[in-house]
Design a protein around this ligand. Structure first.
Ligand SMILES: *Cc1c(COP(=O)(O)O)cnc(C)c1O
Length: 389
């Protein structure tokens, strides 16, 4: 198998976690876009017609009332929370296991992140613990669809309604996922996507977007995106905002990549289905595959759970397969967020996840032979027949 030329990418035989040649097929188009915008008579590099077209096409494809393109996923989250008036004295309930922006954006607005535990298998926030975290100061519930499974939005929506709090979805890596017919990002009052290179709808740089059915919120977010101006008259500032403007080159490039997006997601899902079939018998050997299926799923990553995580990681590396540990610590165990971790509070689901998760490659450029090699390598490890070189 290691001599199979299909396993070679970029001059090495290692199967990369993220493909280094992700934009290779689009490279000439990217150069043409740079040239066209760089030499265009308008000399318009930000917030031009391509940005507007991207916003409209994304909104149409989602059936959303509005999409606001901005400078990153983190920025999108900040704009949403700011537009909702989140600030000092407010609490935002976030997952105890996930990426830093979930808590950092809340802290940067002067509010308090309250960490709710995650389910040990689905790795998304546990609605019962979210409900237990609600206080009179709770302003927003902020679940995230982080691994391949969307958070339990029907239950979270009920909790938000019961307590009269707002619901925001961190759908940064769930673009294209649909739960019970409703897209990720449109279950909450607002959602967001990240277009940074490695994300499913990544671009050759940075970018993000807010998606919402609330037109008033969208209007406020559009203003906050460009220093509180309303887009009609410059230098009239209605509110204090940010610089979170969108780049025209990225907009044109994403418009070019948009028609191929469903097919790339489908390729990811097919590889994930194949892995899950291959791994279904491994639970007895202590290697657990993510929940199967397509409803509420987005295979941005494919994450296994095993108590022998580091050994599996080494085994994969010896067989030329790169893997990734997303989040080696629960958020409240990170030094940055220690001040917001109540003493004595434990998050057993997040603690277990941080010891046991290992993500394997699932990107759409994997060949069938590579997916097979990865599955074979995981299976050999689990059943203990691997050579101990
Ligand atoms: C990547 C990511 C973000 C941040 O997006 P950026 O574009 O990198 O700022 C936020 N939330 C989640 C779940 C992410 O994976």
């Amino acid at each position: 198998m290691p001599d199979d030329p299909s396993l070679r990418r970029g001059g090495s035989s290692v199967i990369e976690f993220f493909p280094p040649d992700v934009f290779e097929a689009d490279r000439e188009t990217l150069f043409e876009i740079v040239r066209a915008i760089g030499t265009g008579p308008e000399q318009r590099f930000i917030l031009g017609e391509a940005t507007t077209r991207l916003e409209r096409e994304l909104a149409a494809s989602l059936g959303a009332a509005d999409v606001v393109a901005c400078s990153s996923g983190t920025s999108a989250l900040t704009l949403i929370l700011h537009a909702m008036g989140v600030g000092p004295g407010d609490e935002v309930i976030v997952p105890a296991y996930g990426c830093a922006p979930l808590a950092a954006t809340v802290v940067n607005l002067g509010a308090t992140p309250v960490f709710a535990d995650v389910d040990p298998w689905t790795l998304v926030v546990d609605p019962s613990d979210v409900e237990a975290c609600v206080t009179g100061r709770t302003k927003v519930l902020l679940p995230a669809h982080i691994f391949s499974v969307m958070a339990d939005m029907p239950r979270l929506l009920k909790i938000a309604e019961r307590y009269g709090v707002r619901l925001v979805e961190d759908s940064a890596v769930a673009q294209g996922a649909v739960l019970d017919g409703r897209p990720a990002g449109l279950w909450g009052e607002a959602g967001l996507y990240s277009f940074v290179q490695v994300k499913s709808f990544g671009t050759a740089g940075e970018g993000g977007a807010v998606v919402t059915d609330n037109l008033d919120l969208a209007r406020d977010i559009r203003m906050l995106r460009n220093h509180g101006q309303d887009g009609r008259r410059r230098f009239l500032h209605h509110v204090i905002g940010y610089n979170s403007r969108f780049d025209e080159i990225q907009a044109r490039f994403l418009l070019h990549r948009l028609p191929g997006f469903p097919e790339r997601l489908e390729r990811r899902a097919r590889i994930a289905d194949y892995y899950t079939r291959r791994f279904s018998a491994l639970a007895a050997h202590g290697v657990i595959a993510p929940p199967p299926g397509r409803n509420g799923r987005c295979y941005y990553v494919y994450t296994l759970l095993t108590d022998r995580r580091d050994a599996l990681r080494d085994h994969l590396a010896r067989h030329d397969v790169a893997s990734h540990v997303y989040y080696p610590l629960p958020l409240p165990a990170q030094a940055a967020f220690a001040a917001w971790a109540p003493p004595g509070r434990r998050w057993p689901g997040a603690e277990r996840a941080s010891r046991c998760t290992l993500s394997i490659p699932v990107h759409p450029l994997l060949t069938d032979a590579q997916a097979e090699h990865i599955a074979d390598t995981v299976c050999a490890f689990a059943v203990g027949t691997h050579d101990r070189r």
